[in-house]
Design a protein around this ligand. Structure first.
Ligand code: SF4
Ligand code: F3S
Length: 116
């Protein structure tokens, strides 16, 4: 099992979660993070850190978020790691709890700030 970031993270990307992960298994895309399931040790420390409740245990993932399991697995292999909190996007609050962001707003690109 692993923990999974759901699509509520898209365009919010608060990054509080990365500060507590003992094994640095968050990976950063352009507008969301995912968890590398091969590194996650299921400690659950990140869950209460997310201000919009976007992280779930794999076996507690809401049915409407089932597709995000594969998204975390796939993009964890492609995106760079992130271990320090960044500033959230300026319009993050406007995107909190918007439904079904994945089809229209998911970006497959890796984070652009990698060299900053
Ligand atoms: Fe990291 Fe623990 Fe969260 Fe897994 S459950 S991503 S190991 S903080
Ligand atoms: Fe995303 Fe929540 Fe982390 S919005 S970046 S899962 S703190």
């Amino acid at each position: 099992m692993a923990f999974v970031v759901d699509d509520n993270c898209i365009k919010c990307k608060y990054t509080d979660c990365v500060e507590v992960c003992p094994v640095d298994c968050f990976r950063e895309g352009e507008n969301m993070l995912v968890i590398d399931p091969e590194e996650c040790i299921d400690c659950s420390l990140c869950v209460p850190e997310c201000p919009i409740d976007a992280i779930h245990a794999e076996d507690e993932l809401p049915p409407e978020q089932a597709h995000m399991l594969a998204v975390n697995e796939e993009y964890a292999k492609l995106w760079p790691g992130i271990t320090s909190k960044r500033s959230a996007p300026p319009d993050a609050a406007e995107w909190e709890y918007k439904l079904a962001k994945y089809p229209e707003h998911f970006s497959p690109l890796p984070n652009k700030q990698i060299n900053e």
